[in-house]
Design a binder for this molecule. Sequence first.
Ligand SMILES: Nc1ncnc2c1ncn2[C@@H]1O[C@H](COP(=O)(O)OP(=O)(O)OP(=O)(O)O)[C@@H](O)[C@H]1O
Ligand SMILES: [Mg+2]
Length: 827
Amino acid sequence: MAETEPIHLENYEKLGAFYLGRPYDLAERIAQEGLLLYDSKDLTTHAVCVGMTGSGKTGLCIGLLEEAAIDGIPAIVIDPKGDLPNLLLTFPELRPEDFTPWVNEGDARKKNLTRDQYGRQQAELWRDGLASWGQDGSRIARLRDSADFAVYTPGSTAGIPVSILSSFEAPPQALVDDSELLGDRIATTATSLLGLVGIEADPIRSREHILLSTILEQAWRTGRDLDLPALIQAVQDPPVKKVGVLDIEAFYPAGQRFELAMALNNLLAAPGFDTWMQGEPLEIDRILYTPEGKPRVSIFSIAHLSEAERMFFVSLLLNQVLGWMRGQSGTTSLRAIVYMDEIFGYFPPVANPPSKRPLLTLLKQGRAYGVGVVLATQNPVDLDYKGLSNTGTWFIGRLQTERDKARVLEGLEGVAAGARTAFDRGAMEETLAGLGKRVFLLNNVHEDEPVVFETRWVMSYLRGPLTREQIRLLTGKRRGSDASQPMAAAGKETAAASPAEGTVSAEAGSAFVRPVLPPGVPQHFVPLRGPGLEKSLTYRPMLLAAGTVRIFDRKTKVDFAEDLVSLTPLTSGAVALDWEDAMEVDIDLTDLESAPAASVRYAELPAVAAKKTSYTAWKREFKDWLYRNRKLELLKSPMLKEFSSPGESERDFRIRLRQTAREDRDAALEKLRKKYAPKLARLQERIRRAEQSVSREAEQAKQQKMQTAISFGATLLSAVMGRKAASRSSVGRATTAARGVSRSMKEAQDVNRARESLESHRQKLVDLEAEFQEETDLIKERFDPLAEELETVVVRPKKKDIAVQVVGLGWAPFWETADGAAAPAWD
Ligand SMILES: Nc1ncnc2c1ncn2[C@@H]1O[C@H](COP(=O)(O)OP(=O)(O)OP(=O)(O)O)[C@@H](O)[C@H]1O
Ligand SMILES: [Mg+2]
């Protein structure tokens, strides 16, 4: 490869462009100058990567995940083969001793080298490999800093174990409300669970499937969580008596249901199955971000599982992703990546395994939520056609058979029909035939034309599949870092004043008789909750006050309303009521009762509480109290001028800020493109013509000058323009055009004039480049929302936005014990 200028990757990173490699000249079989950049945003229409074994698919996708991580984009990586934990083998210092423990001993032996010798060799290979692609240890360090990398091993404790229990929990409300999604989720869960016990069930005809679906639906619709034991219980004793019009006993008699229950029970009892029950829950939010809000690259290694277990797990995981996704706000930028390294068997064109439905839904709906799906496979026949037509990016590597090529061409033709891309089948066929190792054809619906490129050297050390022991070692090393620590309770900031303590000392002087109140004093009975054995119940007089506070603020865009109910003790002292003692209670106004529980005592009622006028005064005081005490503490990002919303934790706010920053940046890049693309195209066209006349004039100068012109392709400007402005193609054409020029000689004067004009155009290109660079610098500095100091903003309600609903006497039940202690009987 030719010597190249150092590449300033920070500039590209700033623009959200993924550095995947360099354009490649198929005819000359060499990488060209310039960078192959891919807009992170384009991945929201998903990507497939096909190519025969060894063609470099995993290398390409690891490169892509590295770029995404640097851009702060988290990923869920499903790894049926075992190569992906290599993402954790990143050594910023590139020392031999970093590599040695991880080298593949078999490879060393084949080369007749000791482990140390081979480690040294690999370290060198990586250092040189990275250098020839303009990368070094500092970029590896940046990668490591950008995200948290972890390996999960469902059903095993080698990596982080995964608990599948939460997968039977009622899905989030957003999903339950969408009956199609809910139906899919239920069907997938039932099918994959049955698959696990070895029952291949048809969702429409199989009794097992219908019964499990009915049980799941019944529970989830009412927001009830299930687990396996509960499910087994429900199979034996179904919560419904009828299925369709048939009595459950006629449809699926108890004796036969028992067999299903036993099969599920055996699963539960099988040795090793308990490892499926412990570990981190499959909560996508925790899988994608650390408790501090740092993005994560979470690799799910499933190579050790049986086929049925893999299918079961992948389906559950995809379903969880769907559920999480539906709870996100819409976005135009990339938010997260779901990558599957080998899709064979999970997304077939004809059959319908449980993984297929959630994958199809992800492909269809992911774009709106910024979730990009990347699927890799050796064989294009493994991919469902419907799914493919939803895929905007194709990475096509070397293919093995003619049939594979034909299939890919067919797919590409289909994509081209729905896009602005022109499709030349003959040319495409020729290109596909010429692809080699690590050389891919990129067909992106967001670009004007396909391009052939060579993948860049990856930062992660590709040592091949890791053993379980090595995964254990890697995971152990990381434990103690934030990777595997359970998430700290994300401190939800709420404005609620903390409720006062529960126990109040008993008061003397209670009686069984309910005090008589004058008319006009409203009284309510706080409902009893929970058991209170061996204790006696006493009603104490309290001021019951309820109101609604709306906090509306234009600046922070807060419009937040809350209802609250409070109880404040009424005493016979000099001050009957002290607002300091007010406590917020979790009682709904509609739950208040108009009559007391039977056989209770009443504490003494202070005289003021029997006067109607007291309540008028207390109402005013209550409103005042609300006004003084209710407020929202919001966080402000000075950099983005955004505010957190009520109830949003700092972590979630920071995650959201990052997404907003990314959207802003993507928009800024789009604007720059619109502005510079025509200018660049014009100049390049002029240079091309000038060069033509120079070479017409002076043949010997042709080669050298042409090279210089094309090396402008390595600049930031033309690299980020990509093929969106047809600019590169005009440069490409220049080469061909210049080659065919006649050798006729003209006078020396002409030569000089042509050269001068060429020089002046080139100078203009340099100027344009500088101008573009300057504008790029103005785009917000690489924004790190985790590091930004956030400000706290307090928003208070306006008096007019406070409404008092109820102020009256509240009889609050307390359990009293012989030793004089008392506890509220309403929580
Ligand atoms: N970007 C890269 N940087 C450095 N080495 C690479 C890169 N891509 C591929 N390689 C080398 O080529 C080998 C094969 O590539 P890779 O594993 O990506 O192939 P594949 O297409 O995923 O094959 P399979 O279908 O068998 O999984 C790798 O083990 C690695 O040694
Ligand atoms: Mg691979």
